[in-house]
Write a protein that binds this ligand. Structure first.
Ligand SMILES: [Zn+2]
Length: 214
């Protein structure tokens, strides 16, 4: 794993040795720390041990959506709230064993399943931390995004395409639904946008995607 500091209080953890990018974000909040997505298993989340070794604050683990490459490390955080959209929990229950069988050759270390323990429908705010989770369907029906108000960093999950060449993501939702999500992103006037697979991008990424959407 490669680690990169972004903003004043986040670390981006990036997988190495895959043909595609895969990133987790760790936010050090005031009262809680937040891990956004858990990757491919123990190999994805092991670096957290070192990064959090002096931390007393609880770690809140967030799943941006139910896809396998974002959730296989969930079970390593027994003491954390696992947070997701309500639909994400349902879809995980329905699909996680099947998708594991299909993609287990890509796992990094042991995989431990766990379902989200705290779910929401529209938004969840951690006011003292300035961290806002909100529903943002598009790539999938259960997508949520995370906005760090202190640094102006948006984590859009897989709502940003995997590469600059394919900046429009796979969309399971109607284009209009995804367009509304892009408008919600635009309203945040974010400084930096991190995502599951692409490199960190600036605010211009919204316009780039909208051009492809037309
Ligand atoms: Zn996905």
């Amino acid at each position: 794993m490669q680690t990169q500091r972004i903003g004043t209080r986040s670390i981006l953890l990036s997988h190495e040795g895959l043909d595609w990018g895969l990133h987790l974000q760790l936010i050090f909040g005031k009262d809680h720390n937040f891990l956004i997505d858990t990757g491919l298993g123990f190999g994805s989340v092991a670096p957290l041990k070192e990064l959090l070794k002096d931390e007393k604050k609880p770690l809140e683990v967030v799943n941006t959506h139910h896809h396998w490459d974002h959730v296989w490390g969930n079970g390593f955080f027994e003491e954390s709230l696992l947070v997701s959209h309500a639909l994400c929990r349902k879809l995980l229950e329905e699909t996680m064993l099947q998708t594991y069988e299909k993609y287990k050759h890509i796992a990094r270390g042991e995989v431990r399943f766990a379902l989200p323990r705290l779910t929401f429908d529209s938004a969840l705010f951690f006011p003292s931390d300035g961290v806002r989770l909100f529903y943002s369907p598009g790539h999938t029906e259960d997508c949520i995004s995370v906005f760090d108000e202190v640094d102006g960093i948006l984590n859009a999950g897989d709502n940003i395409g995997d590469t600059d060449e394919e900046i429009l993501p796979n969309l399971e939702c109607d284009t209009e639904v995804y367009h509304d999500t892009l408008e919600a992103y635009r309203a945040l006037s974010f400084k930096l946008c991190v995502s599951g697979h692409n490199r960190p991008r600036g605010f211009e990424v919204i316009r780039e995607i909208e051009q492809k959407l037309r």
